[in-house]
Design a protein. Structure first.
Length: 251
């Protein structure tokens, strides 16, 4: 639900990682609020499916295929999108495992996607927002793992702590230009990335035990938080990491 004054008619949003999971949900929510959306990810088939869903609901979406790890591809996608006033960085991945045996290649991959990819998108869009001088909204997808630790997730926790730090640094740097920068930090959400983890009964029970509300966040829960932070209703909110975690980080 978009708060009063939160309609996004006439706005243009760019969403990375838009082909599936939280990125797809965010793109659908922004389009439902009235924004035209540029969808960015590596898989054209997935992006086309999201664009079709937006069009079927009466919205507007365009597709740009790009790998967020690649500086030139990110710059090309952002330039091709045209004037953007909202950026959502939802491209991310996780590979779990005990730290003592954790592969350096997996550590580096998580940093390339979760941190480098987020930074490149923020820099490319942020530069253009600064040049236009009209302000804007940037929303980064983080995680409750950016606030706490968890066994077997040293790399993921480290990358999401970095995303939270980037959020606050950019918020301070760009606030005087009318650009807000915030993050949404969900708990486990049932998406293609987490489906196999949550299929393990012991793991699912442990996750449930840690959430005081007793329920997982949904993609729609997270998308609603993104849409709020992208709206005029959040114009006084910047440098904030909004937990959508059912209370996980409250204790």
């Amino acid at each position: 639900m978009i708060p009063p004054g939160g309609g996004l008619d006439g706005r243009h949003a760019l969403v990375t990682g838009a082909g599936r999971g939280l990125g797809r949900g965010a793109a659908l929510a922004l389009a439902a609020a009235g924004a035209a959306v540029t969808l960015v990810a590596r898989s054209r088939d997935e992006l086309d499916a999201v664009a079709e869903a937006i069009a079927a609901a009466g919205g507007s979406a365009r597709v740009q295929v790009a790998d967020v790890r690649d500086e030139q591809e990110v710059e090309r996608a952002v330039a091709a999108a045209g004037p953007v006033s909202i950026l959502v960085t939802a491209a991310g991945l996780n590979r779990t495992g005990p730290t003592a045996e954790y592969a350096l290649s997996d550590w580096e991959l998580l940093y390339e996607v979760n941190v480098r990819g987020t930074f490149l998108a923020c820099r490319a869009v942020g530069r253009r927002l600064l040049e236009r001088g009209t302000g804007g909204r940037i929303v980064l997808l983080s995680s409750q793992m950016g606030v706490v630790g968890y066994p077997g997730r040293a790399a993921y926790c480290a990358t999401k702590h970095a995303v939270n730090g980037l959020t606050r640094a950019l918020a301070v740097e760009w606030a005087s230009h009318g650009i807000t920068v915030n993050a949404v930090a969900p708990t486990f959400v049932r998406t293609p990335m987490t489906e196999s983890m949550l299929a393990e009964p012991d793991f699912a029970a442990e996750v449930g035990r840690r959430i005081p509300s007793g329920r997982l966040a949904t993609v729609d829960d997270v998308a609603a938080a993104v849409a709020y932070l992208a709206s005029d209703g959040a114009r006084a909110v910047t440098g904030h990491v909004l937990a959508v975690d059912g209370g996980w980080t409250a204790w």
